[in-house]
Ligand binder design. Structure first.
Ligand SMILES: [Mn+2]
Length: 220
């Protein structure tokens, strides 16, 4: 029997290197880690190549998953490879032709499972998908919660930066409200990310109060 059979792809962990005995493993060294991250960024960039964000400048969509991964590292101080790779891939299945099988084969089972947790079922109506995000948030794994928080932080900052084409003030208001419910289901996950989100909401509340014609306190 051939002892050099490769590890079955189903449990293959791309963040470890399997020794020639097929039993011992070691974690990727720096070169291998950088290579994996760039392979992932390249994969996501190709998958999202025809998509744009909804702002007037039509920012390339890939800015979003890269920005989410960057928030996790720079602000969340998360350096776990599976979380970062899953963040880079988090919208590929939901928004492109990418399949979970493809992700599992290239980036392993753990990454694939995290991406599954943060992927909406597009066969469901939008309202139900939004409701499910609120319901499912507390049930998510720690890594999926981290990505959810960073994703919402990116989107809310983006909303503060530029209003998406065709969005009314009511729609923006609803988005803030809905995001808050999802975020509240992911509490006690990362202090820095939650603090940044709280600051955005505090600013939003004071802006709303400022702009309110009746000048009544929103907190009363
Ligand atoms: Mn996203």
């Amino acid at each position: 029997m051939d002892n050099n059979v490769s590890v079955p792809s189903i449990n293959y962990n791309p963040f470890t290197v399997v020794g020639s005995c097929n039993l011992c493993t070691r974690e990727l060294n720096n070169d291998e880690l950088i290579s994996t991250i760039i392979k992932c960024v390249n994969f996501a960039a190709i998958k999202h190549k025809d998509q744009r964000r909804k702002d007037e400048e039509e920012t390339p969509y890939i800015n979003h998953p890269i920005g989410v991964a960057n928030i996790l590292i720079q602000e969340g101080q998360i350096y776990d490879p599976a979380t970062i790779v899953a963040a880079l891939l988090h919208d590929t299945v939901e928004d492109t032709e990418t399949t979970f099988e493809e992700i599992e084969n290239i980036f392993g089972t753990e990454v694939c499972n995290i991406v599954k947790e943060v992927t909406d079922d597009k066969s469901l109506p939008k309202l139900q998908r939004k409701k499910l995000q609120i319901e499912n948030a507390p049930k998510k794994s720690h890594k999926a919660k981290l990505i959810t928080l960073a994703d919402k932080l990116y989107n809310l900052r983006d909303l503060q930066r530029a209003i998406p084409i065709g969005w009314s003030q009511d729609r923006i208001k609803d988005y803030f409200k809905w995001s808050k419910a999802v975020i509240d289901g992911c509490r006690r996950t990362n202090f820095n990310l939650e603090r940044e989100l709280d600051l955005i909401y505090a600013k939003r509340v004071s802006q709303e109060r400022e702009n309110c014609t009746c000048k009544k306190s929103l907190l009363s």
